[in-house]
Design a protein around this ligand. Structure first.
Ligand code: SER
Length: 872
């Protein structure tokens, strides 16, 4: 039975038992910053188990895409070394939300396995949580599994509830005891039954985990009963496919065999057993699906895990002989295998391949060098018998050659060598420290402060009283700042917004006995704000009372830009798709800048649609709403949040227009306050990341006025109405082209007429006429024509002609047939071309080349005589 059929049969079986078939959720768990990637079928139902979310069904079944790499559940290191570990896999699951419990769950599982999939009951073993007599009895007395094939597993991981048979999604959240079903692959395979000392072998493989969700574990480890006992089951599609297809390794199932063949095709590898092919087959699935769900290779968070997987794959391809991008060519093979079940990868196919290709090409630039260093070190270690790879070298490989630590470790593992990870971490920490010291980071944080926190009033007012808590000059605390001093001021109360969440810090003044001009506001600690600026008049002392006034105009512009950014984010997702994720943003008084995951430039039409959607929201003039709530409540609202952001226990949820996001920034009161939104630039900033810059309000008006002015000037120059400017430009361009053509013809004619004069320049070297000269202004056809003429006239001859047009050098070399045995035109032309920054090629009797350094051309031509003499 093919994997696709197994997936279908599973879903249909549970649909026939009243389960709703729910589509797989994204690999990027929106709304849950605690989770790196979706790693189990139950993730999308977490809040349903906890009772926070209600669905119109109480039974569900899914085929869920999962990635277990980089996060709490991490299998990356094992891929390629075992028969059953994957970075990406599909989990088949059935779920009961307060509906059936242990009895039905166990009976359904047994019925499916033995009656639909027709597995022999004696091949199946089960485990139950040691204390779960109820599950034990159901298996033994109702289903009839003999006692010798039911294993009770207790808390075998060193703490209460820490057990192979007690499943938790993470440190917190829904959890409960479970019963697992194992398949015995037969005595030919090494390994013992679950619970035995050699259970890690490949003979007894867990195929299905049925979790009886009963508790919500809090941060202190306390178990709170769930509102209703529930069921969460998970069966790896790859594992059950192996069983049903009568093979012992997941990599031998239909789906993987096709991908392994594809990987062999792209690497020209002939050893189908090579573990590297398995790695490629596994990794291409993870990469295809991750990119499809909006992840882009980068240096942090999810993007870094993706980069690690891609680079690990490339290293294995490199091992098989690949020296240029090849991995991306496997995307269509994944689409062929899985595109039907997951149409997103089909529609995104080109984008996915492009993202992978860019990343590959980048890594291929450094892999050769890095591998040289790595191999050199390993060879030296083999000689000295050392088995611990130097952490400093591993760091250098990481820092200079882009070798993620696990890639280095993977190569080392093949040689039975481990990496000194502690030394790697230390080198990494040292570099960060140096970068910080060199001021690469904006680190107001480095200021020492242990006083009370600042209270921020800037959501409601731009003007308030404050008392000076602390002052700094040159990074050190002082008791006063004098006129002209640059420094930092900490107040007890302030309306100044400190830079965060992409919004710049406020500017303004602090007025009291002294006047302090605030040029920027940055956080010293999470809740301590530093006002950076200069004392304009007087002396500012610790303890002084001041009136803190934010520059209202700049703040109003910043606010408009920030609010527009939210509307733009929403509009981009609507126009381009759900893969659009924020990768960075910066809003200040001049513009809104927004970086997001998307692979190709936006078309003019897409930009127009985004502008129309945002301006549509502005015209609706709806009121902005901000609500402060617990992170759990906020997640429930469905607000967009960013992975990797550290959110506190309470967060601010901002509704503006049709968008809802977590945001601590300052915003307009009604969307209409934004005035007008206009995109000014759309560019690429990194592979797969686009940047939009936009303006709002009076900035947008100024932009339009200025552009209109430019147009009016152009129209005046053409003495034509504005509407006719494009036609006038086209006319002018045509005219120019015609003139250029005419000019080129004339130049060429002129050059051709020089032909006869050139004959006189030929010199004789060992009875051969040699001519190397410049033909000013000649184009390539003229060079060729002149060369032919000269060959005819000179008889036995070697000729090089060159011309320069602007920065471009054209070269042609000709050798008469009687001499090609000694001198090849290709070699000759390259001899000259190399000296003018180019290269070329052609036949032995005629060859052409280009170059970019016209100033070296005369000397290069002069050298021809000597070069030819050496050959004759
Ligand atoms: N959540 C459980 C697991 O991942 C069962 O689906 O094993």
């Amino acid at each position: 039975m093919k994997s696709a059929e197994i997936r279908q049969k599973y879903l249909q079986f549970f649909a026939s038992k009243g389960h709703q078939i729910v589509p797989s959720s994204s690999l990027v768990p929106h709304g849950d910053p605690t989770l790196l990637f979706t790693n189990a079928g139950m993730n999308q139902f977490k809040d349903v188990f906890l009772g926070f979310d209600k669905r119109p069904y109480s039974r569900a079944t899914t085929a869920q895409k999962c990635v277990r790499a980089g996060g709490k559940h991490n299998d990356l290191e094992n891929v390629g070394y075992t028969a059953r570990h994957h970075t990406f896999f599909e989990m088949l699951g059935n779920f009961s939300f307060g509906d059936y419990f242990k009895h039905d769950a166990i009976h359904y599982a047994w019925e499916l396995l033995t009656q639909v999939f027709k597995l022999a009951p004696e091949k199946l073993w089960v485990t139950v949580y040691a204390a779960d007599d109820e599950a034990y009895k159901i298996w033994n007395e109702e289903v009839g599994v003999p006692a010798e094939r039911i294993v009770r597993i207790g808390d075998n991981k060193g703490a209460p509830y820490a057990s192979d048979n007690f499943w938790m999604m993470g440190d917190t959240g829904p959890c409960g005891p479970c019963t697992e079903i194992f398949y015995d692959h037969g005595e030919d395979i090494a390994g013992g039954p679950p619970g035995s000392p050699d259970e890690d072998g490949d003979r007894y493989i867990e195929i299905w985990n049925n979790v009886f969700m009963q508790f919500n574990r809090d941060e202190a480890g306390v178990m709170h009963p769930l509102p209703k006992p529930s069921v969460d089951t998970g069966m790896g599609l790859e594992r059950i496919s192996a069983v049903l297809q009568g093979v012992h390794s997941n990599y031998d199932i239909d789906l993987f065999q096709n991908l392994i063949r594809a990987a062999a095709r792209e690497t020209s590898d002939s050893d189908m057993e090579s573990p590297s092919l398995k790695v490629l087959a596994d990794h291409i699935r993870a990469c295809t699906f991750l990119v499809s769900d909006g992840v882009i290779p980068s240096n942090e968070g999810r993007g870094y895990v993706l980069r690690r997987i891609i680079r690990r794959a490339i290293r294995h391809g490199y091992k098989l002989g690949a020296r240029q991008a090849f991995f991306y060519r496997l995307v269509p093979d994944v689409v062929k295998e899985m595109g039907e079940a997951y149409p997103d990868i089909k529609t995104g196919q080109d984008r996915i391949a492009q993202v992978l290709r860019t990343e590959e090409e980048r890594f291929f630039e450094t892999i050769e060098h890095g591998m040289g260093i790595l191999e050199g070190e390993l060879a030296a270690m083999a000689q000295s018998g050392n088995t611990v790879f130097n952490g400093e070298t591993a760091f250098k490989l990481h820092d200079t050659y882009g070798f993620p630590l696990d890639l280095t470790a993977d190569v080392c593992r093949e040689r039975n060598v481990t990496v000194d990870e502690a030394a790697f971490d230390a080198a990494m920490a040292r570099q960060k420290e140096q970068a910080r010291a060199a001021g690469k980071f904006k680190m107001a944080l480095a200021l020492e402060y242990n006083g009370p926190e600042t209270t921020f009033h800037g959501y409601d007012t731009l003007n308030c009283q404050g008392t000076v808590y602390a002052l700094y000059k040159d990074g050190a605390p002082v008791t006063q700042l004098n006129e002209g001093d640059l420094g930092v001021v900490v107040l007890d109360n302030t309306p100044f917004y400190a830079e965060s969440g992409g919004q710049v810090g406020d500017q303004g003044v602090l007025q009291g006995a002294a006047l302090f001009q605030v040029e920027d506001t940055l956080k010293i600690q999470a809740k301590v704000f530093g006002h950076h600026g200069v004392v304009k008049t007087g002396t500012l002392k610790v303890g002084d009372n001041v009136t803190a006034k934010v520059d209202t105009e700049i703040r109003a512009r910043t606010r408009r830009n920030h609010s527009a950014t939210h509307l733009m984010h929403k509009a981009l997702r609507e126009v381009l798709g759900g893969h659009v994720q924020q990768k960075g943003s910066q809003v200040d008084g001049d513009k809104a800048r927004f970086d997001f995951a998307h692979n190709s430039p936006l078309s003019a039409e897409e930009i127009t649609r985004v502008e129309a959607l945002v301006n549509g929201q502005i015209l609706q003039n709806t009121a902005t709403q901000t609500r402060v709530m617990s992170i759990e409540e906020a997640q429930e609202t469905g607000a967009m949040m960013l992975f990797g952001e550290k959110y506190g226990a309470t967060v601010r949820v901002l509704d503006i227009g049709n968008s809802r996001e977590f945001c601590g920034g300052t915003h307009v009161t009604r969307t209409g306050d934004i005035g007008l939104f206009k995109i000014v630039a759309e560019t690429g900033v990194a592979a797969g990341v686009r940047r939009i810059e936009a303006v709002t309000g009076d900035n947008a008006l100024a932009l339009i006025q200025q552009q209109q002015d430019v147009l009016a000037q152009a129209a005046a120059a053409f003495k034509a109405p504005v509407g006719e400017v494009p036609a006038k430009i086209a006319q002018l361009q045509d005219h120019m082209k015609a003139l250029e053509k005419e000019l080129a013809k004339l130049k060429s004619k002129l050059a051709a007429s020089q032909g006869d004069d050139l004959l006189a320049q030929a010199t004789k070297i060992k009875d051969v006429a040699v001519l190397a000269t410049l033909l000013e202004g000649a184009d390539v056809p003229t060079l060729r024509e002149t060369l032919d003429k000269l060959k005819d006239k000179l008889g036995s001859a070697i000729i090089v002609l060159g011309s320069a047009n602007g920065d471009k050098v054209s070269l042609i070399a000709g050798v008469t047939a009687d001499l090609t045995g000694k001198v090849k035109a290709g070699e000759l032309v390259n001899f000259v071309a190399q000296q003018v920054g180019g290269k070329g090629g052609g036949r032995p009797d005629m060859a052409q080349a280009g170059g970019t350094q016209p100033k070296n051309l005369p000397a290069a031509l002069q050298g021809v005589g000597a070069w030819v003499e050496g050959k004759l």
